[in-house]
Design a protein around this ligand. Structure first.
Ligand code: MG
Length: 174
C-alpha cells in the first residue's frame, strides 16, 4: 500500500522521545532535522544543552544529522555554529528538492534517512516527496499565534487524527 504523504510514521511530544536505538532499529543512518519549534523555539538562537546532549547521543550511535530549515541564513548558521552539521537555509520545504542537498551531505540513501519536524505540510510532506524512510512529527515546542499558523495547525488536525487511527490499528495487530 502506498504511504500517505501527509501522515507521519511516528508522532511524539518531543524529540527526546526519539532514541538512537529506535532509529537504528528502523534502519536509519541519517537524520534531517528541522530547527524551529522542533529543537528550539523561534526566539532561541542557539542549541540548548538538552539539544546538544540529544544530538551527541545520535552521533555516538553513528547516526549523522543535517539541518534543513525554511528559515534564513543568519538563524541557521548561528544555530549550527558550534554544532558543525551540514545545514541548509531557505530550503523551500515541502518541495522535493529541499532534502536533496542534505541527502548528498549525509551520504545516506533516502530509505535510510529520516526527517524530524513539527509541521505536517512542511516537514512530513517534504520527507514524503523526497522518499525518505521515516517521517517523524513532533509537537511544536511553542506555537506562533498568528492567524496563518493557527490556520495551518487547524488543517493538521485531521492528519494527526488519521495517524492515531493508523497507530491503533498497527498496535492491535502486534
Ligand atoms: Mg518547524
Amino acid at each position: 500500500m502506498r504511504r500517505s504523504r501527509f501522515i507521519p510514521d511516528y508522532y511524539f511530544d518531543t524529540v527526546y522521545e526519539i532514541t538512537p536505538d529506535m532509529l537504528k532499529e528502523l534502519g536509519i543512518r541519517g537524520v534531517i532535522l528541522d530547527i524551529d519549534n522542533t529543537l528550539v523555539p523561534y526566539e532561541i538562537p542557539e542549541p540548548t544543552e538538552e539539544v546538544r546532549a540529544w544530538l551527541s547521543g545520535l552521533w555516538e550511535a553513528g547516526i549523522k544529522t543535517a539541518f534543513v530549515s525554511n528559515n534564513h541564513r543568519d538563524r541557521v548558521e548561528l544555530f549550527n555554529k558550534t554544532l558543525g552539521c551540514p545545514a541548509f537555509f531557505d530550503s523551500g520545504k515541502p518541495l522535493k528538492k529541499s532534502c536533496r542537498s542534505a541527502l548528498k551531505a549525509l551520504d545516506t540513501p533516502p530509505e535510510e534517512t529520516a526527517i524530524i519536524g513539527d509541521q505536517v505540510f512542511t516537514d512530513v510532506l517534504a520527507g514524503g516527496l523526497a522518499g525518505l524512510g521515516i517521517r517523524i512529527l513532533v509537537k511544536p515546542i511553542k506555537d506562533k499565534t498568528s492567524m496563518f499558523f493557527r490556520f495551518k495547525r487547524l488543517l493538521e488536525k485531521p492528519v494527526i487524527r488519521s495517524y492515531h487511527r493508523k497507530n491503533r490499528k498497527r498496535n492491535s495487530k502486534k
